[in-house]
Design a protein around this ligand. Structure first.
Ligand code: HEC
Ligand code: HEC
Length: 200
């Protein structure tokens, strides 16, 4: 009984860990002016070095901004950008990007074959290495699950690859993604990044 109660309490805590402030997208658009140069006016970034934020699952951007501010997620640029933001600013900015639409990405003929290798892992995992199917958390179409499992569809493949390599090396801390990425080869990571980016 006690165990059930504590499991229930944990679920309530997880589901309420975001959204102390109900984000206001219009206020968020104004507060995101300093982000436009890198992440695009509507959250569709035009530079593969900067992730797109449009259409991200509600709650994820807020959580990542808090992680950059606390230093839990280390990145020199983003730690500086997140520093002046209050929890309310983060919720507003989150609501703004969540309300935007990500532009779908297509891949070249030559990349289709590589993507097929990624597809097998994304949809079925790697049983021999206990790698779970990515779609269990990121969704069958890569749309993510609010609030902690990010959208990957439409993202820059270069960014997805860089993040998986960072999880693998431990440069980006990740209780869930660290052990998963650690079991993937760099070729598998490349194939997964191309496949995920092109999910519609
Ligand atoms: C000078 C360029 C630059 C500016 C300006 C900038 N960012 Fe970023 N942002 C980056 C880079 C580079 C990354 C990737 C960081 C990494 O590799 O961990 C990033 C990552 C992020 C992420 C993580 C995305 C994900 O999918 O995990 C969020 C959220 C984010 N930025 C929000 C913002 C917001 C909000 C602002 C404005 C207040 C902003 N950024 C301004 C360059 C920038
Ligand atoms: C059990 C759930 C779970 C599974 C399974 C899972 N992920 Fe994740 N993934 C997460 C979480 C949670 C995060 C956000 C990590 C954080 O907050 O730092 C994430 C983040 C990511 C990111 C970074 C996205 C961004 O915008 O920064 C990539 C890329 C990714 N996962 C790829 C994969 C791939 C590829 C697989 C399968 C091999 C996979 N994930 C399997 C939960 C999962």
């Amino acid at each position: 009984m006690n165990r059930l109660v504590s499991i229930f309490a944990a679920i309530v805590m997880i589901s309420t860990s975001h959204g102390v402030f109900a984000g206001d997208p219009a206020a968020g658009q104004t507060k995101a002016q300093s982000c436009v140069a890198c992440h695009g006016a509507d959250g569709n970034s035009t530079n593969s070095g900067f992730p797109s934020l449009a259409g991200q699952v509600p709650g994820y951007i807020e959580g990542q901004l808090a992680a950059f501010k606390s230093g839990k997620r280390a990145n020199a640029i983003m730690m500086g950008m997140a520093q002046p933001l209050s929890p309310e600013d983060m919720a507003d900015i989150d609501a703004w990007y969540a309300s935007q639409t990500i532009t779908p990405r297509s891949i070249s003929e030559a990349q289709v074959e590589i993507a097929t290798q990624g597809e097998a892992i994304y949809r079925g995992g790697l049983a021999s290495l206990s790698v779970p199917a990515c779609m269990a958390c990121h969704g069958p179409a890569g749309h993510g699950i609010p609030s902690n499992f990010p959208r990957v569809a439409g993202q820059w493949p270069e960014y997805l690859e860089a993040q998986l390599l960072a999880f693998k090396s431990g440069e980006r801390a990740g209780k869930i993604m660290g052990p998963i990425a650690h079991r993937l080869t760099n070729d598998q990571i490349n194939a997964l990044a191309i496949y995920m980016a092109a999910l519609q």
